[in-house]
Structures are given as structure tokens and as C-alpha cells.
Design a protein around this ligand. Structure first.
Ligand code: ADP
Ligand code: MG
Length: 386
């Protein structure tokens, strides 16, 4: 953590030739349960992880924005008020999009100074751990402070979400940005994606001798195009056919009654969303009454639903989940948007090594790329570090 802090500072100094005015950071996240429910105005339960993106930043006296990152060779310069999705492409669209998004939610960009920012991060890119929300949130909280915007967390979520949806062009929901900006240490964040309200739910993993193991399958996904947008379109079609604003408004009984109004694929897509919403509510309730040891079945039910009904899993993710469960995990599921990325396994601390060894050897037997595995701890959301 401290290393990244100095990496951000040094990186800034080397790139821009002077010292940053401050350093802020924001975490990646895993979603404990509630996948693809966010844009259906339903429920999600992510937590921020102990991997962060640091933003070393200083204001300029002109209107220029310069962005650079330890993870990308290309640095980008653009005028603050000239920034548009047509002009800025590639990774720089995430940070530049945040400045633009803050303008969309009320900042007067024409009256504000430009900035230089350098990012250093240990959130793996494109692994389903939301490096995108981490970079957006780190910059959003930094600009909120140095531009003296005084926006609350919900408004920053909106700005970062606009950046990803309308500037980058990835039609994702508010889950990632909410988790990265609003999470509390030791807790998951229960979010109602209809009104954006959220509340922390204690995870108490350590007290139960449990850990969340991330299994990054190294299979890259591409949210901007392809499957994610197609799933979203299916959900919108189902909602339209069922005459509701969003699938959030449908109960499982109503869905079953309306089965013949939907083609089989659309029905299964909708069934994932409707049952997943219920699983999130059940998980919150179970955490509060029985604690984390009791949520394993809900996690695996969620995985099956994503594998069979929503069809966003991969053979690598299915194998990781199956092996983790066979070798001691209480629950396991793919996490994130799908089509690759990571699985999580709720594992007794005493079984962690056994699970990792078993997953490694299964991947090797199947000839898959070797996965990367690490424990994540529920951590604090975006903050100023220096
Ligand atoms: P995920 O959010 O699951 O990691 P995304 O495809 O949503 O995957 O976002 C990953 C993209 O975000 C990267 O390809 C890159 O363009 C951008 N990005 C995220 N973090 C950084 C960073 N620290 N430096 C540069 N670009 C970043
Ligand atoms: Mg992302």
C-alpha cells in the first residue's frame, strides 16, 4: 500500500517534473452476490478490496488536463472543456471521462483549472475486480476536493458512472462506483440500485475464521462490446414484454406465470435477474442472523444461475468454482460482469492452501492458463492518503 503511494508520487514527479499537491486512492471491488441486477434497478452486495488505485494530482493554472499511469505507456493531454468521447480514446477515457462527468452533474468546467494526474495501481486490469471504478473513484474524490465541489458520495457515483457509460461507452450499472466510493472497512455494501441508497452489512469474516479467495482466471473480458450489452438488451426486452419499468418489479411467481410471453432465452435471462435479486436479500438477512458461514449455498446458487440461465460464465470459472467447493470452500461463484475474470470462494482460513493447490492442479490438467489467487479483505472506500 505505502509502496503504491510512493510509486504514485515518484511517477508524478518523473512524468511532470514537480511534486503533486496530494494523493488520493480508491479500491477495486468484488461482488459478493447480485450480478447484472444493478442495471435492472435491483440489489447488489459488493465490498471494496485491499487493492487500490492511487491518484497523485496537482491543479494547473491553465485549462489543460494531463493524465498518465504506471500501467499504460501512453500519456494524454486534452483541454478540460474540449474533452469529449469523440476526442479521447483508450484508457485515458476513464479519467478524462470523470472530469467530464463531474461537469455533467453540476461542476462548472469552464470556470475550473486543469490538472495533472498520475495513477499507480495494484488492481489487475480487466480481471473483474473493477480497476475501472477504482481509477474513476480515485480521481472523482480528488477533484471533488481540489475543485471544492462539495458533492456528496452519491453525486460522485453518478459522475463516475456517467464517465463509464457515456464517455467510455461501457453500459454498466452503479455497482462498481458505489462500492469503490462508499464501502466501509470490514463490511459489504448493500445497494438498492433503484434509488442508489446503500447501507453497510458487517461481514465478520475474521471472527468466523473465513477468508474470501479470489481466483483470477486470466481470461480477459471485453465489456464495451459483445455479451454484456446483449444481456442488458435481453433484460430490457423482458421488462418491456412484462410491462414493468425494470425486472426489479417482477416476482418469481409473476415471471413463471408470464413464461409463454417470452422466448426461452429471454425467459432464462429474466429468471437469473429475478432470482438473483432474491438471493441478495436472502444473503443480507442471513449475514445478519447467522453470519458468513451460512451464505455458501446462496453463492453457489448464484453461480449456477449465471452459468445456466444468464450464460455469462466460462469453462475456467466453472472449474474454479467446482474445485473450490470440492476442496473446502463453503461457497463460490464467478464475480463481476462475466465472460472471464475472477471467481470468489468463501473459504475457511485453514483450507486456503488446500483449495489453491487443488485449483492450480485442475487448471494445469485442463491445459488452462494458470490462475492467480489471492485473499481479499473488505476495505475502506475512496479516501485521501496524503
Ligand atoms: P475491470 O474494471 O474489470 O478491471 P474494465 O474493462 O471495466 O475492467 O476496465 C479496465 C480498463 O480500465 C483498462 O483496460 C484501462 O483502460 C482502464 N484502467 C483501469 N485502471 C487503470 C490504471 N490504473 N491505469 C490506466 N488505465 C486503467
Ligand atoms: Mg470495470
Amino acid at each position: 500500500m505505502t509502496d503504491l503511494l510512493s510509486e504514485a508520487r515518484t511517477g508524478f514527479e518523473e512524468r511532470f517534473g514537480y511534486a503533486p499537491g496530494g494523493i488520493w486512492s480508491a479500491p477495486g471491488r468484488v461482488n459478493l452476490i447480485g450480478e447484472h441486477t444493478d442495471y435492472n434497478e435491483g440489489f447488489v452486495l459488493p465490498f471494496a478490496i485491499d487493492r487500490r488505485t492511487f491518484a497523485a494530482l496537482a491543479l494547473r493554472d491553465d485549462g489543460l488536463v494531463r493524465v498518465a499511469s504506471s500501467l499504460e505507456d501512453e500519456a494524454v493531454e486534452v483541454g478540460l472543456t474540449d474533452a469529449s468521447p469523440a476526442v479521447v480514446k483508450g484508457w485515458a477515457a476513464y479519467p478524462v471521462g470523470v472530469a467530464w462527468g463531474l461537469g455533467k452533474v453540476g461542476a462548472d468546467l469552464a470556470g475550473l483549472p486543469g490538472f495533472d494526474v498520475y495513477f499507480a495501481s495494484d488492481v489487475p486490469l480487466g480481471a473483474g475486480l473493477s480497476s475501472s471504478a477504482a481509477i474513476e473513484s480515485a480521481l472523482a474524490i480528488a477533484l471533488n476536493e481540489v475543485w471544492r465541489l462539495g458533492f456528496d458520495g452519491a453525486r460522485l457515483v453518478e459522475a463516475a458512472h456517467l464517465a463509464e457509460n457515456d464517455f467510455v461507452g461501457a453500459p454498466t450499472g452503479i455497482l462498481d462506483q458505489s462500492a469503490s466510493l462508499l464501502s466501509r472497512e470490514g463490511a459489504a455494501l448493500f445497494i438498492d440500485c433503484r434509488d442508489g441508497s446503500s447501507e453497510p452489512v458487517d461481514l465478520a469474516l475474521e471472527a468466523s475464521d473465513l477468508a474470501i479467495l479470489v481466483i483470477d482466471t486470466k481470461v480477459k473480458h471485453e465489456h464495451v462490446s459483445g455479451g454484456y450489452a446483449a444481456r442488458r438488451a435481453s433484460c430490457e426486452l423482458a421488462a418491456r414484454e412484462l410491462g414493468v419499468a425494470a425486472l426489479r418489479d417482477v416476482t418469481i411467481e409473476q415471471l413463471l406465470e408470464a413464461r409463454d410471453r417470452l422466448d426461452d432465452e429471454t425467459f432464462r435471462r429474466a429468471r437469473h435477474i429475478v432470482t438473483e435479486d432474491q438471493r441478495v436479500l436472502d444473503t443480507v438477512e442471513t449475514l445478519r442472523t447467522d453470519g458468513p458461514t451460512a451464505i455458501g449455498d446462496l453463492m453457489f446458487a448464484s453461480h449456477r444461475s449465471m452459468r445456466d440461465d444468464f450464460e455469462i460464465s466460462t469453462p475456467e470459472l466453472d472449474l474454479a468454482v467446482e474445485i473450490a467447493l470440492n476442496y473446502g470452500a463453503l461457497g463460490a461463484r464467478m464475480t463481476g460482469g462475466g465472460f472471464g475474470g475472477s471467481a470468489i470462494a468463501l473459504t475457511p482460513v485453514s483450507m486456503l492452501t488446500q483449495v489453491q493447490v487443488a485449483v492450480d492442479s485442475a487448471f494445469s490438467e485442463h491445459g488452462y492458463t494458470m490462475p492467480e489467487m489471492f485473499v481479499v479483505r473488505p476495505s475502506q472506500g475512496a479516501r485521501r492518503d496524503k
